[in-house]
Design a protein. Structure first.
Ligand SMILES: Cc1cc2nc3c(=O)[nH]c(=O)nc-3n(C[C@H](O)[C@H](O)[C@H](O)COP(=O)(O)OP(=O)(O)OC[C@H]3O[C@@H](n4cnc5c(N)ncnc54)[C@H](O)[C@@H]3O)c2cc1C
Length: 519
C-alpha cells in the first residue's frame, strides 16, 4: 500500500497552493520538483559576486495578492509573508520629461491623465466606475472558480445588465478598445502596455474588457517584503505544518499507470513512488501528456490537442538585474520628484504604433524598438541589499528565437544588457555615472532552461489565443483541472485563469480535487 494519497508534479506557487489545501484536508501528499528550491517563479537569488544583493529573477509585481482567498485561508502572514502596495504604482516617463502616472488613488491618476487629455481623464473615471461592479461581481468570482462551459457562461452573463455590458466590451480587441475610448497617443500606449502586453495578444477580439477590468480592479501591483521567494517559503511552511512533504532536486522520468489510472511516478533514479488516489501536474500539457506519459496511455485526440497547445509570441522577457550604490535618479524627477519613488517605471514607450513594431520584430526574431520597464525594490524594502545600497531591474519583451534560433541568446545577451543600461542612463544619468556596482542578464532561453514548463520562455505557460481560455484551457476536455485520464489532474498556469502569480489555478484545482475525493 502506497504511503501517499497523491503526488503533485512541480512546486510552482499554484502547485503549493493546491498542496496546502489538500494537506489541510488531511491527505498525505508529496510534491516533487527538478529545481533545488520550491516556489517556481517565486524566486529571489543572491548575486554570487556581490553577497547581500538579492534579485527577483522571475516574478516581482504581484497583482492584488493580499485579496486572494488562499492568501487569507492559508494564513500566509502568520507564515512570514508581507506585502506592500506603493502609492505611485506605475510611471511612464516620456522623452520630453512628462510622466503619465497611475496611483492607487483614482483621483490622482485622473489628474495625471488630465495633463495629457481632459477627455481621456473623464473616460478613465467613467470606465473605472462602470467596471468596478463587473470586476467585483463577475470577473473576480470567475477567476476564483472552476470555469463554466462557454455556452452556459454566456447564458448567465446575458441574464444581467452587468453581464451584458461585459460581453459588449469583450467583443473588441484591446487595441480596438483603446482606440475607440481614448484619444491621446501616450495614454493609449500606456494603457495597452501595462494592462495588455503581459497578458494577451492585444490584437485578439474577445479581450476588449481586459483594459477596463484592470483599470477598475481596486488593488494594484504589490511586492513581497524580503523578495518574491518569501511568499513561496510561506506556502512551503503551511504545507509542512499540515504534514505535506516536498522533495526538490529530483527528475521525473514518467507518470505510472495502473488499471487505466494514474498511479504514481518514476524518477530518473529508477525510484517508483505510488499513490492511492491522484497525480496532479503543475507542468505544461506537453510535458504532462507527451513527455511523461506512455503514448499508449493517452487517447489519440488528447495527444493531438496537447501537440497543438500554443505559447505566447510576445510573452518572453529579457531581464537586466543591477546592484547599485544609489537608486536611479531620473532627470524628469526635477519637475516630478515623486518619480524617484515610483514602483514600476516604464521607459521608451511614447506611441501607440510601437506595438505593431514590437509584434513584427517578435515574428521576425529581431530586436524590437526598445521599451523596458522595471523597479528598484530597495526603495521600499531595504532588506534586499546591504545597508545603503540598492538593487533594481529592467525587463524587455524580446523574441525567444533570436535571429532564427534561441541558441543565439548566449552570445548576444551581454551586449543587449549594455544597450539597456545605455537607454536607462538616457533617463537616469547616474546609471552611467558610477551608480552601478554589478549587473547580469537573463534571456528568454535562460527562463526556459530554469523552468522547462515555460516553453519558448513563455512566462504565462500558454497563450490565450487558439481558444485556450476558461473551460478550454489548456484544451477542450481538460479544462476543469480534470483530464481525460483517470486520476490525473492539472493545476499550473496552463489552466484557468492562466499564468502570472495569482495562485488561482491551484486554488480552483483544490476545489475540484476535494470534490472528486468526496472531501
Ligand atoms: C522574468 C520573469 C518575470 C516575471 N514577472 C512576473 C511578475 O512580475 N508578476 C507575475 O504575476 N508573474 C510574473 N512572471 C510569471 C510567473 O512567474 C509565472 O506565470 C508563474 O510562476 C507560473 O506559476 P506556476 O504555478 O504555473 O508554476 P511555475 O512558477 O512556472 O513553476 C513550475 C515549477 O515546475 C518545475 N518543473 C518544470 N518542469 C519540470 C519537470 N520536468 N520536472 C519537475 N519539475 C519541473 C519548475 O522547476 C518550477 O518549480 C514572470 C516570469 C518570468 C520568467
Amino acid at each position: 500500500m502506497s504511503a501517499y494519497d497523491g503526488i503533485i508534479l512541480g512546486t510552482g506557487h499554484n502547485a503549493l497552493v493546491l498542496h496546502a489545501y489538500l494537506a489541510r484536508a488531511g491527505l498525505r501528499v508529496l510534491s516533487v520538483d527538478r529545481a533545488g528550491t520550491a516556489g517556481g517563479g517565486l524566486s529571489t537569488e543572491e548575486n554570487p559576486r556581490q553577497p547581500g544583493f538579492f534579485h527577483n529573477t522571475h516574478s516581482f509585481f504581484h497583482r492584488a495578492i493580499t485579496t486572494m482567498p488562499w492568501y487569507r485561508d492559508l494564513e500566509l502572514e502568520r507564515h512570514g509573508a508581507r506585502y506592500i502596495e506603493p502609492e505611485l504604482n506605475v510611471a511612464m516617463v516620456l522623452r520630453d520629461g512628462r510622466v503619465l502616472e497611475w496611483w492607487t488613488d483614482l483621483d490622482r491618476t485622473v489628474d495625471s491623465f488630465a495633463e495629457f487629455s481632459t477627455r481621456d481623464a473623464a473616460a478613465l473615471r467613467r470606465w473605472v466606475h462602470e467596471f468596478r461592479p463587473i470586476v467585483d461581481q463577475i470577473l473576480s468570482l470567475e477567476a476564483q472558480s472552476p470555469p463554466l462551459p462557454p455556452e452556459e457562461r454566456r447564458r448567465k452573463l446575458e441574464g444581467s445588465a452587468l453581464g451584458r455590458r461585459l460581453l459588449e466590451a469583450a467583443q473588441l480587441s484591446p487595441i480596438e478598445f483603446v482606440q475607440r475610448e481614448f484619444e491621446h497617443d501616450a495614454i493609449r500606449a500606456g494603457l495597452l502596455f501595462f494592462n495588455g502586453l503581459r497578458e494577451i495578444d492585444l490584437r485578439l477580439p474577445g479581450f476588449g474588457h481586459s483594459i477596463p477590468s484592470l483599470l477598475a480592479g481596486e488593488h494594484k501591483a504589490q511586492m513581497c517584503v524580503g523578495g518574491s521567494a518569501r511568499l513561496g517559503e510561506a506556502l512551503v511552511r503551511d504545507v509542512r505544518e499540515h504534514g505535506g512533504e516536498i522533495r526538490t532536486g529530483v527528475e521525473i522520468k514518467g507518470i505510472l499507470m495502473r488499471n487505466g489510472r494514474a498511479a504514481g511516478i518514476e524518477l530518473t533514479t529508477g525510484e517508483h513512488i505510488d499513490v492511492r488516489q491522484f497525480v496532479a501536474s503543475g507542468l505544461n500539457p506537453q510535458q504532462t501528456f507527451l513527455e511523461l506519459l506512455d503514448p499508449d496511455a493517452v487517447p489519440p485526440d488528447v495527444r493531438t490537442k496537447a501537440q497543438a497547445f500554443e505559447y505566447n509570441l510576445v510573452a518572453p522577457l529579457f531581464a537586466l538585474n543591477v546592484a547599485l550604490n544609489e537608486p536611479p535618479d531620473y532627470t524628469a524627477a526635477r519637475r516630478r520628484p515623486e518619480l524617484n519613488s515610483a514602483f514600476m517605471t516604464i521607459l521608451g514607450l511614447e506611441r501607440f504604433s510601437q506595438f505593431a513594431d514590437i509584434v513584427t520584430a517578435h515574428e521576425r526574431g529581431e530586436f524590437p524598438p526598445q521599451v523596458m520597464w522595471g523597479a528598484c525594490p530597495t526603495l521600499f524594502d531595504a532588506t534586499q541589499a546591504p545597508a545603503g545600497k540598492h538593487t533594481a531591474f529592467m525587463w524587455e519583451k524580446l523574441p525567444y528565437n533570436l535571429r532564427g534560433a534561441a541558441a543565439n541568446w548566449d552570445a548576444a545577451k551581454d551586449d543587449h544588457g549594455r544597450r539597456m543600461l545605455a537607454l536607462w542612463a538616457g533617463y537616469a544619468p547616474n546609471i552611467a555615472e558610477g551608480a552601478v556596482i554589478d549587473w547580469f542578464c537573463r534571456s528568454p532561453l535562460d527562463t526556459e532552461r530554469k523552468f522547462p514548463n515555460m516553453r519558448y520562455g513563455d512566462l504565462l505557460v500558454g497563450s490565450f489565443a487558439n481558444s485556450q481560455i476558461g473551460y478550454n484551457r489548456p484544451f477542450a476536455g481538460a479544462g476543469q483541472y480534470r483530464t481525460q485520464i483517470k486520476g490525473l489532474y492539472l493545476c499550473g498556469g496552463s489552466t484557468h485563469p492562466g499564468g502570472n502569480i495569482t495562485g488561482l489555478c491551484g486554488y480552483n484545482a483544490a476545489h475540484v480535487l476535494k470534490a472528486d475525493l468526496g472531501l
